[in-house]
Design a protein around this ligand. Structure first.
Ligand code: COA
Length: 176
């Protein structure tokens, strides 16, 4: 096994706290099919209407940027981003509730945006529930602004029929 300091970028690893050759406490790597049970568990814990395994399988097959942030024990967060024709779209970003508000969501999103920029994305778009104050605060703090909305886009968080609007946010890349 390669020491952590020599893991090539193409392997999809980014160290979050490198110390010589010892494994970092947290790291980011590409999502694998074998991660999906854990990923879906985190989705269900964090969201009322989280994605199921099938959707993640489709994202992996589509070649989207599908990344997890993990420590040696567990997957802490995951994010999925599509990149094409000079744009990227954040499709999901999720942090296990036990690890929220510790900077992991911001860190993972920034890393995805940096990779998308390297892949020639010059603008990022995302949709977020109008009631999702935590996520909206994160996106605004990174310079995203609202450019539109989709009426009744999401199923209701508790009653599916009570649909909820999506806000469409965007910002130019790269991040400062
Ligand atoms: C939204 C989410 C990804 C944020 O991840 P996180 O790791 O908890 O967030 P961070 O610790 O990186 O915080 C980044 C910023 O988000 C905002 N934020 C995060 N949690 C917040 C909270 N409880 N209240 C208000 N703002 C909050 C703040 O602006 C924060 O910056 P600050 O700490 O400097 O004030 C996470 O809460 C989550 O997984 N939520 C459920 C899934 C979800 O809603 N995903 C977004 C779908 S569009």
């Amino acid at each position: 096994m390669l020491p952590w300091s020599e893991v090539p970028e193409r392997a999809g690893f980014t160290m979050l706290s490198p110390t010589n050759n010892t494994p970092p406490a947290f790291f980011v790597r590409s999502m694998r099919a074998s991660d999906l049970d854990h990923v879906v568990r985190n989705e269900s814990a964090a969201y009322e209407n989280g994605w199921n395994k099938r959707i993640f399988v489709d994202c992996l097959r589509a070649g989207y940027l599908c990344w997890v942030l993990a420590n040696k024990q567990q997957i802490v967060a995951h994010g999925v981003m599509s990149v094409a024709i000079g744009e990227c779209h954040l499709l999901t970003l999720c942090v296990n509730p036990d690890y929220q508000r510790q900077g992991f969501g911001r860190r993972l999103f920034r890393l995805l945006l940096e990779r998308a920029y390297k892949l020639d994305a010059r603008e990022c778009f995302l949709e977020v529930r109008a009631s999702n104050a935590k996520a909206i605060a994160l996106y605004r703090s990174l310079g995203f602004v609202q450019i539109g909305e989709r009426r009744n886009y999401y199923p209701g968080a508790t009653v599916a029929a009570d649909r909820e609007d999506a806000l469409i946010l965007s910002r130019a890349l790269p991040l400062p």
